[in-house]
Ligand binder design. Structure first.
Ligand code: 5AD
Length: 464
């Protein structure tokens, strides 16, 4: 049987989609190739959110076409995901070595299309059409194929985005919001927990919009259990989903990403206080600290509303870890607007922030706005904001030193595989000396040292 190598760019949704495609191919008898040099099929799962991500994947494919094809002329090359969706046939016109272009609603057809190409029945395939019900097709996991047990798993609860932020290409690459049903999602989570998974992260472009536009096909919005238990009137569908997932025995932790700040109603804030398995962590993309820029971005909240959400969250859970995404150099952003972003970062005291230089995306309203900010200024603001974020982050991480905290041990540390790594409930990585038997355990550790956005600890031998 052929072997496949999948390289993933971009967000956790992409990671999850790649995993589901890999699982689908393994179920059909494919093996996973350890490197692209020995693979029969190479797929790049792409990201379009910034130009840089697109250029990286295109450059990579050019190298593969020049390099791998020379030694392995039969290799099948494919693009999938967001850039495949937005560029379609254009990718093959530009890179004639590419055989397959698979859009974001077509992942479940990967095996069939590859069969056709490998058997020589079809030459090139481009499929980027919309497909009803595709939100429910990202459900296969690779856990069975893993020799080592997976402690954490991602579950895709919805696809698409209807927010239309003026800078963002995602509504055009991922399509309209479509949600899976609660019973469907709960069944997948139960299955994962029965296979040893301890922590589940619910994934979607904007998870707080879950279920707002109805549910896929003829499925009921709520499972019977949940329907009987939850008074549906005051809770958003997303909080109803959290309630239903929280019922699963053996599931230790629930996370979700990414929410939209405007989706942080009181029901969600109360859920943090109410549901012990829902961890104290929130990734709240603020994008800017200036009301004027937030309005131009079409974000749907003000600086004050955002600060209000943070205050309420901290009142409900004082130890909550709060991270964010910020764009610098959005069209028309003045020095004064930028300083408001700096002051918001100081006011909130984010645990960490992902900072992005604004990148013009085609067909988005912001790309046509006046006052595009020169690269030099975007770089300079990126640098200044990064310094502020690092300084705040350092203080926050240093404050953990000497404390005891609970981590879920995920496996070997990425940077130093001789050591183990786990995560606190507030989503900070803790590296410690341990052994394989710790994997999957909820462990108390004492924090001994703080590095750059990493903590180091010792398993705390119980002596209270
Ligand atoms: N330019 C720069 N950053 C962007 N993001 C989304 N679109 C753009 C763009 N055009 C950032 C946002 C979002 C994160 C995933 O990527 O901050 O939250």
């Amino acid at each position: 049987m052929p072997s496949v190598f999948i390289k993933t760019y971009g967000c956790q949704m992409n990671e999850r989609d790649s995993e589901a495609v890999a699982a689908q191919l393994v179920a059909k008898g494919y093996t996973l190739a350890p490197s692209e040099a020995v693979a029969d099929v190479i797929l790049l799962n792409t990201c379009s959110v910034r130009d840089f991500a697109e250029q990286k994947a295109i450059g990579k494919m050019q190298n593969i076409a020049a390099d791998v094809r020379k030694h392995h002329p039969e290799v099948v090359l494919g693009f999938m995901g967001c850039m495949a969706q937005s560029r379609g046939q254009e990718l093959i016109d530009r890179l004639p070595d590419v055989d397959l272009v698979l859009g974001t609603q077509k992942f479940h057809h990967a095996a069939n299309y590859l069969d056709e190409i490998l058997a020589g029945r079809r030459d090139k395939i481009v499929d980027v059409a919309a497909e009803q019900g595709s939100e429910a097709t990202i459900r296969e996991h690779l856990l069975n194929g893993n020799a080592q047990k997976s402690v954490t798993a991602f579950v895709s609860i919805m696809q698409g985005c209807n927010q239309y932020c003026t800078f963002c290409i995602v509504p055009y690459t991922r399509g309209e919001e479509r949600s899976r049903s609660i019973p469907d999602i709960v069944a997948e989570c139960r299955q994962l927990v029965s296979q040893g998974v301890k922590e589940i992260t619910l994934l979607g472009q904007i998870v707080t919009s879950y279920g707002k536009r109805g549910f896929g096909r003829a499925e009921l919005p709520l499972g019977q259990d949940a329907q009987q238990r939850v008074p549906t009137t005051k809770k958003t569908s997303f909080v109803q989903l959290l309630d239903a997932v929280h019922e699963i025995d053996g599931l230790e932790r629930i996370r979700f990403t990414a929410p939209h700040p405007k989706g942080y109603g009181d029901d969600l804030i109360q859920a943090y206080a109410r549901l012990p398995q829902l961890v104290e962590s929130a990734h709240l993309p603020v994008q800017s600290g200036s009301d004027r820029v937030l309005k131009l971005m079409h974000r749907g909240y003000t600086r004050e509303r955002f600060l209000g959400i943070v205050r309420k969250l901290r009142r409900a859970k004082p130890d909550i870890g709060i991270t964010t995404d910020i764009i610098v150099g959005f069209p028309g952003e003045t020095e004064d607007d930028f300083e408001q972003t700096l002051s918001l970062a100081r006011e909130v005291q984010f645990d960490n922030a992902y900072i992005f230089k604004y990148s013009q995306r085609r067909d988005t309203p912001a790309a046509e706005m006046p006052g595009q900010v020169p690269l030099k200024i975007r770089e300079e603001r990126n640098h200044r904001l990064l310094e502020t974020i690092n300084e705040i982050g350092k203080r926050k991480y240093d404050a953990f030193v000497g404390q005891r905290t609970q981590i879920l041990v995920e496996g070997p540390s990425k940077k130093n595989p001789a050591r183990l790594a786990g995560r606190t409930r507030c989503n900070k990585i803790v590296v410690f000396d341990g052994s394989e038997r710790h994997r999957g355990q909820l462990l108390d550790v004492k924090i001994t040292r703080a590095g750059s956005f990493t903590l180091y600890g010792d398993p705390a031998i119980v002596n209270l």
